[in-house]
Design a protein around this ligand. Sequence first.
Ligand SMILES: Cc1ncc(C[n+]2csc(CCOP(=O)(O)OP(=O)(O)O)c2C)c(N)n1
Ligand code: SF4
Length: 303
Amino acid sequence: MFKTIKDLPKEEYLAPGHRLCAGCTVGTAVRQILKAAGNNIVVVTATSCLEVATSYFPQTAWRVPWVHLGFENSAAVASGIESAFKVLRRKRKTNENPHVIVISGDGGTFDIGLQSLSGALERGHDLLYICYDNEAYMNTGIQRSSATPYAAATTTSPPGKKSIGKKTHKKDLIGIAIAHGIPYAATASPSFPLDLMNKVRKGLDVEGPALIHVLTPCTTGWRFDPSMGIEIGKLAVLTGLWPLYEVDNGVIRLTLQVPRREPVKKYLELQGRFRHLTEDEIIKIQEIADKNAEKFGLGPIKE
Ligand SMILES: Cc1ncc(C[n+]2csc(CCOP(=O)(O)OP(=O)(O)O)c2C)c(N)n1
Ligand code: SF4
């Protein structure tokens, strides 16, 4: 368990010099994930910002074994890798027993990869699936995904006279994952690194599938100043829009208490994708945070 920053390993498994945007929190999250996981791993990544920015031929930012897959099949290939190692060990052809970790975007998880993810969870493969969620298909031009939150502007959910932006709400990925009866699922944020890294360790240590859903603010798609990513991630948690919790063998536990919540307006007004919102829409988003607060036992809004 990582109790303080001093406990963190010094090793860096994501090399600097990758091509993620300046201020992108995906790189920060992946750096933390790899530090927590160590190098006895195989990472599987679907097409995404993370993939294109870290594997610019002939260079790679990955200092661990890594494979790029099609958008739709990362969980299927991760299942195959996990099974192949199992068979090779049984046949005494290898002693190697690496953890298999998928790191995929929300488009590759919530939408196009959901079928292969469901299959992997249902079959019970011993792997850790991490969805980094920048709340849209960023790499191809900020199209909405089913993880895009209510009322956010994207290039395919533009606000206008007859539209408030995205009309529907974000899917409950953790709810979908635990419906498969998996032993461990959690939300996380790179703004709370010890919480995120301890969840990665737990997800690797359980036997069977684990899933971690990480909110990763995106300077380009959410339209905020590149210096603000970590602050915006903190505000997502402190408003109650992104509660940090885990589901350990069916038991839900809040991992970060928020005794006094920030109003959602503080989070929304920092982001260009919400600039068009009326007071009425802001109230609707405040209600989402209030419902989360009731569900997870967060404190009241600060006066
Ligand atoms: C089956 C398929 N459909 C569409 C694409 C084009 N495509 C590549 S990356 C991408 C967006 C990925 O979105 P997400 O998983 O959220 O990752 P992000 O780019 O936001 O990091 C799309 C649509 C593709 N490669 N394969
Ligand atoms: S578009 Fe967003 S998620 Fe993609 S690299 Fe840039 S900041 Fe990161």
